[in-house]
Design a protein around this ligand. Structure first.
Ligand code: SAH
Length: 212
């Protein structure tokens, strides 16, 4: 039987580096984080395959390439403060915890938030704050953030998130209607304006208001 290390290195080679991700820290961290530990009921081969997978409560763990792309787009060097919206399985949270200095992550489903916390802490990350709440609000008390990465799709960019970016901070967010693909937007806060660009189309679960 092939080892988890084998499947992880194949994932990096073919899906991540092979598709143009160049950030060495992203490649290195994704080569070490055990993606299979964040999901249950899948074989190792499936856990490292090139697709999102269903997790509990009708949510998904994102496709490895999309996680890599969004992390690379944050342009992290190591000492930043990052906000993640949509903790989900906690897979991307764990990756961000190695790429940045401090991570805040918000999830609107309490049980997902607690199971993600358990596994991320078991893996040794001590720099993550897990928040059970509504990501539309961000975390004003901990702002500004050097990067905000949103893993669920709103129809419009939430103003509160733009307002919580630091100077030069990056907001990476899929934007579009439910039931369609979304455009992956990169919004950078400059001194007197927001610089916007798009990076192709993606498919995320919808960002919902409020929390359960
Ligand atoms: N990166 C995660 C993706 C999880 S799917 C992973 O790879 O596991 C997106 C998550 O966003 C879901 O868990 C969903 O419950 C959550 N979500 C949706 N709307 C939200 C909101 N307003 N605030 C916080 N989390 C939200």
């Amino acid at each position: 039987m092939k080892s988890e290390e084998f499947y992880r290195q194949e994932m990096i080679k073919i899906q991540i580096a092979g598709r143009g991700i160049r950030d060495k820290r992203v490649l290195d961290v994704m080569g070490r984080i055990p993606r299979h530990r964040f999901i249950s009921g899948y074989s190792l081969k499936e856990a490292y395959s090139d697709k999102p997978l269903p997790i509990d409560y009708n949510q998904t763990i994102s496709q490895p390439y999309i996680v890599a792309l969004m992390c690379e787009l944050c342009c992290l060097k190591g000492d930043e403060k990052v906000l993640e919206i949509g903790t989900g399985s906690g897979y991307q949270t764990a990756i961000l915890s190695y790429l940045a200095g401090e991570v805040y992550t918000i999830e609107r489903l309490g049980s997902l938030s607690s199971s993600a916390k358990l596994i991320v802490e078991q893996l040794g990350a001590g720099n993550v704050r897990f928040i059970y709440g509504d990501g539309y609000e961000g975390v004003p008390s901990a702002s500004p953030f050097d990067a905000i990465i949103v893993s669920a799709a709103p129809e419009f960019v939430p103003g509160a998130l733009k307002a919580q970016l630091s100077e030069g901070g990056h907001l990476i967010i899929p934007v579009g209607r439910e039931g369609t693909s979304q455009k992956l937007m990169i919004i950078v806060k400059r001194e007197s304006f927001f610089e916007e660009s798009t990076e192709g189309r993606v498919i995320f679960v919808p960002m919902r208001k409020g929390y359960e």
